[in-house]
Ligand binder design. Structure first.
Ligand code: KG4
Ligand code: ZN
Length: 356
């Protein structure tokens, strides 16, 4: 066959990922090593620890992905690797590995923008054409953008402080949700979703962020502060120690989840109206793609469905596996770039990472 085959490598945060994907979007082989358990124990990512774990695992992860694919390095069309944005020390590991790999096997190198890769993964699964609107929400990202082409994005909004997943994780940690038997293995966002199911969101009213701001940006730090103050007040009222609240965690989870959903929905609604007013989306089947770890939250999805139904947009959510960081999305972005001949470098060019 003459189909192009790309090896993708991802190390921008806490996942060491590699995958071999062909031009048709078939995943020939993939491997992923997650550091989440280690970072959960330390209560956050320590950059040098993340770097060390990437170093320990990258060789094996790439080897596994290649072996599972049955593709020999010599048969690869190119190697694609995340070079920005992300944690500097983590990015450096993937980039250094890739640069020596492409030199060894004389392969073209494709530097990849992590967020662009997230935004385009949906095209591996659905025949969706440009332009489309994307909402990316995870532990590290929150942004609204119009994808106009493989290397052409219009950023409409981003978080002014932290990402929604990070906020949910921090609130979950403040509530010690990991101590709850049903939540021991769940991420903060998952724990909040589970507890919120049996909570009353009206019991602790929260203010939706940025009600007066006329743009499509996000903010979650103020919401986290509101929730923390509420927790502190309850702990004082009950005369209990920090992180031992039990009686109303479900209600707090429900209020928090609702407010995050409302904020995301309101900003997305603004973005859709802006796109319509400026002809940024096609009149025939305009689409909103929702991706990132937080996108697996059913309550948040429902809130966005209300907005897309109201504005006549089609809502697409890739399966959870394709919403989170992995080598597949990087390999697919490489395929997309190869098809268009955009951003492909010869093996001997020195490439630098850009954390921002
Ligand atoms: O995309 P992802 O796996 O990793 C990066 O952030 O790069 O996203 C993880 C984030 C975490 O903050 C986690 O709490 C959040 O996504 N998350 C959720 C849910 N599942 C994961 N947030 C809300 N509801 C969920 N069901
Ligand atoms: Zn990501």
């Amino acid at each position: 066959t003459c189909s192009r085959v790309v090896l993708g490598i991802e190390t921008s945060c806490d996942d060491t990922g590699a995958a071999v994907v062909n031009e048709k979007g078939v995943i020939l082989g993939e491997a992923l090593h997650s550091q989440k358990e280690v970072h959960l124990r330390t209560g956050g990512i320590i950059p040098t620890v993340a770097q060390q774990l990437h170093r320990e695992n990258i060789g094996l992860v790439v080897q596994e992905a290649l072996e599972r694919s049955g593709v020999d390095p010599s048969q690869l069309s190119a190697v694609a690797t995340t070079v920005k944005p992300g944690m500097a020390l983590s990015l450096a590991v993937g980039l250094e590995f890739s640069q020596s790999f492409v030199r060894k096997f004389s392969k073209p190198f494709i530097p990849i923008h992590h967020m662009e890769a997230h935004a385009l993964t949906v095209r591996m699964l659905h025949p969706i054409t440009f332009p489309f609107l994307v909402l990316l929400v995870s532990g590290g990202h929150s942004l609204l953008a119009v994808a106009q082409g493989v290397d052409d994005f219009v950023l409409l909004g981003h978080s002014l402080d932290e990402a929604p997943g990070d906020t949910l994780d921090k609130i979950a940690r403040r509530l010690s949700l990991r101590k709850h038997p049903q939540c021991t293995t769940l991420s903060g966002g998952q724990a909040i979703e589970l507890l919120a199911e049996s909570g009353d969101r009206m019991r602790f009213p929260l203010t939706t962020p940025m009600g007066q701001t006329q743009d499509c940006c996000f903010s979650f730090a103020g919401l986290r502060n509101q929730v923390t103050m509420m927790i502190v007040k309850r702990e004082a009222e009950e005369g209990i120690e920090q992180g031992t609240l039990l009686s109303c965690v479900n209600d707090i989870a429900a209020a928090t989840q609702h407010t995050v959903a409302a904020h995301l929905a309101k900003r997305t609604h603004r973005a859709i109206l802006f796109c319509k007013a400026n002809g940024l989306l096609p009149s025939k089947s305009p689409t909103l793609v929702l991706s990132g770890g937080v996108a697996s939250n059913q309550y948040i999805r429902k809130a966005l469905t209300v907005i897309t139904d109201m504005t006549g947009l089609h809502l697409l959510c890739p399966p959870a596996k394709f919403c989170t960081d992995n080598g597949v999305m990087i390999a697919w972005n490489g395929v997309e770039r190869l098809r268009e001949g955009k951003g492909i470098l010869p093996p001997n060019v020195d490439v630098f990472y850009e954390p921002k």
